[in-house]
Design a protein around this ligand. Structure first.
Ligand SMILES: NC(=O)c1ccc[n+]([C@@H]2O[C@H](COP(=O)([O-])OP(=O)(O)OC[C@H]3O[C@@H](n4cnc5c(N)ncnc54)[C@H](OP(=O)(O)O)[C@@H]3O)[C@@H](O)[C@H]2O)c1
Ligand SMILES: C[C@](O)(CO)[C@H](O)COP(=O)(O)O
Ligand SMILES: [Mn+2]
Length: 392
């Protein structure tokens, strides 16, 4: 039985992970849970899965959580704040930590888990994009596994099993195209939050769904693939695949192409990361190619979606630039979700912030450099909004 700790347990990734644990109680045991501020759901999860330790990041919600589970015997260790989440991440005999926290808030807990010798099932892509220069050396130093749970990177990882070293020539990263894939570019100026949250294929948290709509999710995934698989940016290509049945493809040095297919269901990449190197046989819906219908492909439209090229350029710059891109994106998306900027202002704000950081880019950033760049970028987005005169 594999002991796991789940960070971000009350979110889309978190609840799907707990669905898996519920379906396979003889395979998995929950050691720790951590969430942001959803007291009711976290309390219910503590009651159902009886973790040894749990934390809620929002200190204001701690007393409500404590009261909600006061009848439990034995009581879990209950913590609050970022420090509490970090303690959960490093705690006890969990073999694998599932990182389902959204944003760079997952970076320090992930580092704590790695330093405690725990394997990482990585859904929280922002942690790797921003912290890759620090995270990868720590993964190697501590001899832990960094297992991709993002659907595309899981597909690539699965296809790579058995491929000889240096056998990988190219990665083809598929993208649904997001909520506006069939919109005329001119119409994006009027895009609302509700429009942007209508993802055609996947049900996900709000931030990543907006990232899918701007195609920044795909740009971030290009950087994620670079860090995970060590391929140059020129060899990581994006292809729009509206059906989201092919979850990505790899081309080998002999030109053969391998792909992983399935219904758009995040439980599969999560189950793969959790059970690796074993595989669990499921009774989930098998792929029916006739039912799936035509599988189509399009070139990405870089004029309509500038975030992709921005991500490629920032990834190639390296250093602390990806941390700046990621933080600027997190803040710009939050402003859009709060209806304080328009959809098309998201790339405008990010581009301005990245331009202003180029000269301060640190080639081999320390963790402190990355955290400082992250904080700087978040402030700069507010400046960018003012100087761009963007208003809603
Ligand atoms: N959803 C998907 O299908 C999918 C697929 C691939 C990758 N991912 C990646 O997985 C991550 C999570 O995505 P999601 O869609 O699951 O997001 P989500 O639904 O918004 O859930 C985010 C989770 O993180 C928690 N959280 C937020 N800030 C926190 C903090 N400072 N400390 C501890 N917990 C915190 C939230 O807690 P509260 O809700 O209690 O505040 C919630 O449990 C993202 O990095 C995303 O890019 C998601
Ligand atoms: C589900 C997913 O892996 C989240 O990252 C997928 O990437 C979302 O779809 P899209 O292709 O980015 O629109
Ligand atoms: Mn993805």
């Amino acid at each position: 039985m594999k002991a796991i700790t789940l960070l971000g347990s009350t979110g889309s990734i978190g609840t799907q992970t707990l669905d898996i644990v519920t379906q396979y109680p003889d395979q998995f045991r929950i050691v720790g849970l951590a969430a942001g501020n959803n007291v009711e759901m976290l309390a219910s999860q503590i009651r159902q899965f009886r973790p040894e330790i749990a934390a809620i990041c929002s200190k204001e919600k701690f007393s409500a959580l404590k009261e909600a589970i006061q009848d439990l015997d034995p009581q879990p260790i209950l913590l609050a704040g970022e420090a509490g989440v970090i303690e959960v991440a490093r705690y006890g005999d969990a073999e694998t930590v599932v990182t389902g926290i959204v944003g760079c808030a997952g970076l320090l807990p992930t580092i704590a888990a790695i330093e405690a010798g725990k394997d990482i099932a990585l859904a929280n892509k922002e942690t790797l994009i921003a912290g890759g220069p620090v995270v990868l050396p720590l993964v190697e130093k501590h001899g832990v596994k960094l297992l991709p749970a993002d659907s595309e990177h899981s597909a690539i990882f699965q296809c790579l099993q058995g491929v000889p070293k240096n056998g990988l020539r190219r990665i083809l990263l598929t993208a649904s195209g997001g909520a506006f894939r069939d919109w005329e570019p001119e119409k994006l100026a009027q895009a609302t939050v509700a429009d942007a949250l209508k993802h055609p294929n996947w049900s996900m948290g709000r931030k990543i769904t907006i990232d899918s709509a701007t195609l920044m999710n795909k740009g971030l995934e290009v950087i994620e693939a670079h860090f995970l698989f060590g391929l140059d940016y020129e060899k990581i290509e994006i292809v729009i695949h509206p059906q989201s049945i092919i979850h990505s493809l790899i081309e080998l040095q002999d030109t053969s192409v391998l792909a992983q297919l399935g219904w758009p269901d995040m439980r599969l990449p999560l189950l793969y990361a959790l059970s690796w190197p074993d595989r669990i046989f499921t009774d989930w819906e098998q792929l029916d190619l006739v039912k799936a219908g035509n599988l189509t492909f399009r070139e990405p439209d870089h004029n309509k979606y500038p975030c992709m090229k921005l991500a490629y350029a920032v990834g190639k710059s390296g250093g602390s630039m990806p941390a700046v891109l990621n933080a600027a994106n997190e803040e710009a998306v939050a402003l859009f979700l709060a209806e304080k900027i328009r959809f098309l202002d998201i790339p405008r704000c990010i581009e301005r912030v990245c331009d202003r950081h180029q000269n301060d880019n640190r080639p081999n950033p320390s963790l402190d450099d990355i955290l400082a760049a992250d904080q700087w970028a978040r402030q700069e987005v507010l400046q960018a909004r003012e100087s761009l005169g963007v208003r809603c």
